[in-house]
Design a protein around this ligand. Structure first.
Ligand SMILES: [Zn+2]
Length: 203
């Protein structure tokens, strides 16, 4: 018998939803669900509407794969970004970290993961063809490989360096200022600024 068994059905269903979120255990889920009970009706309705419309309202940028309001994300649509630089990241959640460092004014490209051969994630599962397409215009001068500094991230960076060796662009790798195994989505701004500033040609 779990602690939630005394709750009304509706509350137990809500707790079960919260428990699906990463890092949320039973106790936290209960606390969150109970906190919602204290919200004014208007706020609850607004929250519910945002949840219901989430997929309709949030898109993936056609250019870089970042989260977007419409077809293009705010970064790709901004007129003042340096379009000669593309920073290649594994997932879109890495982008806010680079942005918060304040030292990068180029564009991004979201791979949608990294190579995990043992789990069947090969190059065709990542947005590599899209990256080739973006280099066709000749506007891009440098690809900054910002995959994670762990084994799979390094292997993915090596693969990309070979894949784009003939693409006529400079290929660099962010500096190893990030602890091995660190999740780049949660690295701090100063670490990312150092990692970007210290990037070196890939060889
Ligand atoms: Zn974009």
């Amino acid at each position: 018998m779990s602690a939630n068994d005394s709750y009304p059905e509706a509350l137990r269903r809500l707790v079960a939803y919260f428990q699906r979120l990463p890092g949320v255990g039973g106790r936290t889920a209960s606390r969150l669900a109970l906190a919602l009970l204290d919200w004014p009706e208007e706020l609850l309705q607004g929250f519910g509407q945002e949840l219901a419309a989430l997929r309709a309202n949030v898109h993936w940028c056609h250019e870089c794969g970042n989260l977007a309001d419409g077809e293009r994300c705010r970064i790709c649509a901004a007129p003042d970004r340096d379009r000669s630089l593309i920073c290649v990241v594994e997932v879109a959640t890495q982008i806010p970290v680079f942005e918060s460092s304040g030292c990068y004014r180029g564009l991004y490209h979201v791979l949608g993961g990294r190579l995990l051969p043992l789990e069947g994630v090969g190059p065709e599962s990542l947005r590599i063809a899209e990256l080739h397409d973006r280099l066709q215009g000749g506007e891009v001068a440098e690809l900054i490989l910002a995959t994670s500094p762990d084994v799979e991230g390094e292997a993915t960076a090596h693969f990309l360096a070979a894949e784009f060796a003939e693409a006529g662009v400079r290929i660099t790798r962010i500096a190893a200022g990030v602890p091995v195994g660190a999740d780049l989505s949660y690295a701090d701004a100063a670490t990312m600024a150092r990692a970007l500033g210290g990037r070196r040609s890939f060889d």
